[in-house]
Design a protein around this ligand. Structure first.
Ligand SMILES: C[S@@+](CC[C@H](N)C(=O)[O-])C[C@H]1O[C@@H](n2cnc3c(N)ncnc32)[C@H](O)[C@@H]1O
Length: 238
């Protein structure tokens, strides 16, 4: 009889501070047979693995999965499928595996692609996510800015969404976290200035890492900030 399928866990490592790992993620890490991490998502993998490392069983194999930084749909589809096949091979041996990712596995994480592809190939596979603390949550704590209070609405905005899409969301909500700001920071700053929101915005970068920084207003921020940068915007109406 063949082995029952193992379980793939998507584990959030938190945004950078190793103490922001959940007890559940640490427990799962300590008993998996194999650990997977993305091999090319702009600096993410090494930090997620570094956070995971002290919780791993001795000798647990670490396998890098290729998620290329390209927009070519054919290249992406091939890479995601190959990564899913590789992970499935482990599960088919009856082994449990963890895919470690920064922040939360269900928020802008390559785990989403891996999960989808793996279930498309093998719908009976057990794929579970263990939530992690997201960068916006850690940024709110570092900046001392509540993300939302009382009847306020809060949005997570992608900094690569385009200026008009960002404007529409920012007009509609009371509070927002803009992630992925590194690629087009001057454009985002221009938009927030135009909307009268730049002075109150908080720029937060390298949370939980050496060089962590919180700036009030965006005037002091360089045009090409770190990949690990986000902006909190709160329209304080009181
Ligand atoms: C691909 S998203 C990953 C989000 C992550 N899965 C989460 O739940 O927070 C990467 C973006 O998250 C933000 N980010 C992640 N870690 C961060 C950190 N330690 N400090 C500041 N921003 C961070 C940055 O905006 C970065 O460009």
């Amino acid at each position: 009889m063949s082995n029952p399928l193992g379980t793939l866990y998507g584990l959030g490592m938190g945004p950078g501070d190793p103490e922001l790992l959940t007890l559940k993620a640490a427990r799962v890490l300590s008993r998996v047979d194999v650990v997977f991490a993305a091999a090319s998502t702009k600096n993410d993998y090494s930090l997620a693995l570094a956070i995971a490392s002290s919780h791993l069983p001795p000798g647990a194999p670490v396998v890098r999965l290729d998620f290329p930084m390209t927009r070519d749909p054919a290249v992406l589809a091939r890479a995601w499928r190959a990564s899913a096949e590789l992970a499935l091979e482990t599960l088919r041996q009856g082994k449990d595996a963890a895919f470690v990712t920064l922040g939360d596995p269900m928020t802008y994480s390559t785990f989403g692609y891996l999960r989808r592809e793996l279930l498309a190939i093998e719908p009976r596979a057990r794929v579970l996510a263990v939530p992690g603390i997201t960068a916006p949550q850690a940024a709110a704590a570092a900046a001392g800015v509540p993300l939302a209070e009382a009847g306020e609405s809060f949005a997570v905005v992608s900094g690569v969404a385009g200026t008009e899409a960002m404007r529409a969301v920012l007009e509609a909500v009371d509070s927002a976290a803009i992630l992925k700001t590194y690629r087009s920071f001057p454009k985002i700053r221009g938009l927030l200035e135009d909307m009268g929101l730049a002075e109150k915005a908080r720029f937060v970068s390298k949370l939980g890492m050496p060089g962590e920084r919180v700036c009030e207003g965006l005037g002091q921020v360089e045009d090409k900030p770190s990949y690990f940068s986000l902006i909190l915007v709160k329209k304080d109406k009181r």
